[in-house]
Write a protein that binds this ligand. Structure first.
Ligand SMILES: Cc1ncc(COP(=O)(O)O)c(C=O)c1O
Length: 500
């Protein structure tokens, strides 16, 4: 009746493999309801197994309801299986693979808007990541090992949802000193990065259908988080002073939330002027809107001084400040901070506990040591020098090797630059062509929610050492100058040919 051989060893105990095969035979109907299974002695002899092994498999089948023992009269396939009829119909692996997932409206949004990840060794010119090659990994490993050696029993259970209190204190101190933030340690909530802070903000502050002003162009992660929460996004153009409050007011006079990157607009790089900051806060207060300030890369300013955070000017308790260690350290640590207005601190800590409890404690303890020992500040100073050099090399090489195709200006801040395509070239086609020769570029038009007002190409330079920048630009220039693709070729037989 059950003509089968035991499947090859997959690391499971033999009785489990036998049980799985018998269960499969029952679920697919090969062993029909009411069928008597072979006597354990018979099956053991047939398969060359011990009788105990077969008995163990039968016992598991009967324990789980797939079969039942009739006293000494043998073991029979159950007439009603534990899985209902619908499940049994799906039990074939083919059905499992072709079955479409049934999702909530929120689930459909989340599935449609996943963010990229898993870039292996940084490909030139991947954006939004810091330098991996010069991160002080040895020091971090030493501090991490010390954190584990000094661990106390009370650090091994669930920790505080708002984060490790001494770390929150040091971060608040640091934000007061560098960003003039009005925050005590108790106002700081540790999150696993800005993406989680945004998700938390969207869930706690927005009801479906409420409107959110987002910068146009803007950061995809922000759009995804708010759309997934069911918000209605209102793209508000960015001009030379930052988000245009006037235009925003025209498009939607009473937003629930306004998202901005005032210190270094993503991706255009504009710093929001003081006049615009005052206008924005006054508008928010007048219509009761809340403001989210994403301060994602303010550590990296190469000339002049960074304006204090918008949050430092907030007297009405409306600004939620977001910081991240993804640029200042590494994205893989998944550590960020959310500083809500004081009235919201307890609410957010509570909501955070429901979502993921808290970020791993030992990483927080290690970060605390890294900051207290002065290594964090030293790392930022060093990275500023390194990034400035990488930026200079990129601008020089682009100008020298393909200035006929792309115009690129240096910037006082940030870890990416935007190149402007000459002669009306299409940024999507240009970036697709670059990808074909192993160069990762992001079209500026992707950063628009509506029709793009501007074309351009986003180059991340932080992760790429100077030698690789030179080689990559050479590859890109050679491709652009020799390609048959009209989007890449210089329109009028360019003068700056590829370097020898
Ligand atoms: C505008 C902006 N905000 C935040 C982040 C950082 O996100 P996270 O902290 O989730 O890594 C980035 C990363 O590229 C960004 O571009």
């Amino acid at each position: 009746m059950l003509a089968f051989r035991l499947e090859p060893d997959d690391g499971q105990p033999v009785y489990v493999r036998l049980y799985a095969q018998l269960r499969e035979a029952i679920l697919t109907g090969r062993a029909a309801a009411g069928t008597r299974l072979p006597a354990s002695r018979v099956l053991a002899a047939e398969l060359g197994l011990s009788r105990n092994t077969v008995v163990a498999a039968y016992t598991r089948l009967t324990d789980e309801g797939y079969a039942h023992a009739r006293g000494g009269a043998g073991v029979y396939v159950a007439s009603v299986l534990p899985e209902n009829a619908a499940f049994a119909a799906l039990a074939s692996p083919d059905a499992l693979e072709t079955m479409p997932p049934v999702l909530s409206a929120r689930g459909r949004q989340l599935a449609a808007m996943g963010l990229e990840g898993g870039s292996a060794c940084p490909v030139p010119f991947v954006a939004d990541v810091p330098a991996f090659d010069v991160f002080p990994l040895e020091s971090w490993i030493r501090l991490m090992a010390r954190s584990w050696r000094q661990v106390q029993p009370d650090m091994l259970g669930y920790a505080s949802a708002a984060g490790h209190a001494p770390l929150r204190e040091v971060i608040a101190q640091n934000l007061r000193a560098t960003r003039f933030l009005r925050a005590a340690g108790s106002d700081v909530i540790m999150t696993s990065g800005s993406q989680q802070s945004l998700d938390l903000l969207a869930r706690v502050l927005l009801d479906p259908g409420e409107s959110v002003w987002v910068e146009e162009p803007g950061y995809a992660g922000v759009r995804s988080a708010f759309i997934a929460a069911g918000a209605r996004l209102v793209p508000v153009p960015v001009d030379a002073e930052g988000l245009s409050v006037e235009e925003g007011r025209r498009r939607d006079p009473s937003p629930r939330l306004i998202f901005v990157t005032p210190s270094h607009q993503y991706p255009l790089g504009v710093t929001m002027s003081m006049a615009r900051r005052v206008e924005l806060l006054a508008f928010a207060q007048s219509c009761g809107a809340l403001v989210v300030e994403d301060d994602y890369d303010s550590e990296f300013r190469y000339a002049g001084t960074t304006l204090p955070a918008l949050q430092s000017m907030d007297r009405a308790g409306r600004v939620f400040y977001l910081g991240t260690f993804s640029k200042s350290l590494l994205p893989t640590f998944r550590l960020g901070v959310l500083v809500p207005p004081p009235a919201y601190a307890a609410v957010f800590a509570s909501a955070k506990s429901v979502i993921d409890r808290h970020p791993p404690l030992l990483e927080q303890v290690t970060l605390l040591s890294f900051m207290r020992s002065g290594q964090f500040a030293a790392h930022i100073r060093r990275m500023r020098r390194i990034y400035r050099e990488r930026q200079t090399v990129l601008v020089e090489e682009i100008t020298r090797q393909m200035g006929d195709i792309l115009h690129m200006e240096p910037s006082d801040a940030g870890v990416h630059l935007i190149g402007t395509l000459k002669d009306g070239r299409d940024d999507q086609a240009f970036c697709a062509g670059a990808r074909a020769c192993g160069i990762l570029l992001r079209p500026l038009s992707d950063a628009y929610l509506g029709p793009p007002a501007r074309q351009g190409v986003l180059f991340g330079f932080a992760a790429i050492p100077p030698r690789r920048i030179v080689a990559a630009v050479r590859r890109l220039a050679a491709y652009a100058h020799n390609s048959d693709d009209g989007a890449l070729r210089p329109a009028r037989g360019g003068s700056a040919g590829p370097a020898a």
